[in-house]
Design a binder for this molecule. Structure first.
Ligand SMILES: [Zn+2]
Length: 326
């Protein structure tokens, strides 16, 4: 019994330490968006993955105004990195708004409210407009044009890297990784006239020691990941956690997703979500995932659906264990 108590104590202490950012008084959030579409229902009907990767125009607008209304300060990625490295302080409530890939819908539907509210958002841009990330979603959205990038950069939108091809950097030889990181940076700097020293992991790229080493050697200051979580002083800028804002969130669920317990649940879910591709391998998993997302089960594969599923499984498991132990 005392061994069990000790083990639970150690586990709890580890869990608290591992999740210390979620309770830090100066924690903030890096929001991760992709597309901001005119008609969310139409986008989801065209491609079911847009449940996760698109938000509706009115929803985005309402989320930005609600964050401002709740006293959140919009800071830039550069300001956050400076604060993480101790060069600057952080406000009490802060968010960094980011977009992956570089979609035209961000120019059309997110840029107007960001300009109005002075939001120094970061767009992580994949520089090859023929990349599969763009061609595969052509029915929903298109890549930003060079003129749109220049126009947004001129009024304070920050453009950083997201690969040339959007390929998996963790599966490439080092020379290829260097080419991706160097060429995408050169292309963006030529367009915007501003420094590129950050990128977000494209597609299925895993966060590896080698990737961090190469990125540091090339002068990168921060790497944004799909890992869920808050960011607090002391966090590693080479592994920035973000909050993926799903299309179903609206305003209330966005705020709910910034609280420590939902973040912990989402961490568990995102860990569980990584298991099938890891066990089955991408070749078997990708067709299964496509089948599931195109089936009537698709709404389950959002955070809301998976939280419900996980809660039900825990309750049923607990009830079974109780019945068996009687
Ligand atoms: Zn991407």
């Amino acid at each position: 019994m005392s061994i069990l108590l000790l083990a639970s104590g150690v586990l709890l202490a580890w869990a608290l330490w591992y999740n210390r950012n979620e309770l830090h008084p100066r924690r903030g959030f890096v929001l991760q968006y992709h597309s901001v579409v005119d008609d969310w229902g139409a986008a989801v009907a065209t491609s079911p993955y847009e449940r996760l990767f698109s938000v509706g125009r009115e929803v985005f607008d309402a989320q930005m105004r609600a964050l401002a209304g709740q006293g959140y300060r919009f800071i830039s990625n550069g300001e956050m990195v400076d604060a993480l490295e101790g060069r600057e302080g952080l406000p009490a409530r802060w968010v960094v708004v980011t977009f992956d890939d570089g979609w035209r819908s961000v120019y059309d539907n997110a840029f107007p409210v960001m300009r109005e509210l002075g939001i120094p958002a970061t767009i992580f841009l994949t520089t090859d407009p023929q990349s599969e990330v763009f061609t595969s979603k052509a029915a929903v959205d298109r890549p930003l044009t060079e003129a749109q990038v220049r126009e947004m950069a001129a009024v304070g939108i920050d453009f950083q890297g997201h690969g040339v091809t959007h390929g998996d950097l963790s599966r490439m030889a080092e020379a290829e990784v260097r080419r991706e990181l160097t060429e995408s940076r050169a292309a963006i700097e030529a367009l915007t006239g501003r420094t590129v020293d950050s990128y977000s992991l494209p597609g299925t790229t895993r966060h590896t020691h080698d990737l961090v080493r190469v990125s540091k050697e090339l002068g990168y200051q921060s790497i944004h990941t799909p890992f869920i979580g808050a960011v607090a002083p002391g966090a590693d800028p080479m592994m920035v956690r973000r909050i993926l804002v799903e299309g179903t969130f609206g305003v209330e669920e966005l705020f709910a997703n910034l609280r420590p317990v939902p973040i912990l649940v989402r961490k568990v879910i995102s860990y569980l979500k990584k298991l099938p591709p890891r066990i089955l391998g991408p070749r078997i998993w990708i067709p299964i995932r496509a089948f599931l997302f195109n089936s009537p089960l698709a709404p389950i594969f959002t955070t809301r659906g998976l939280t419900f599923l996980l809660g039900t499984a825990v309750l049923l498991g607990g009830a079974m264990a109780w019945l068996v132990s009687r």
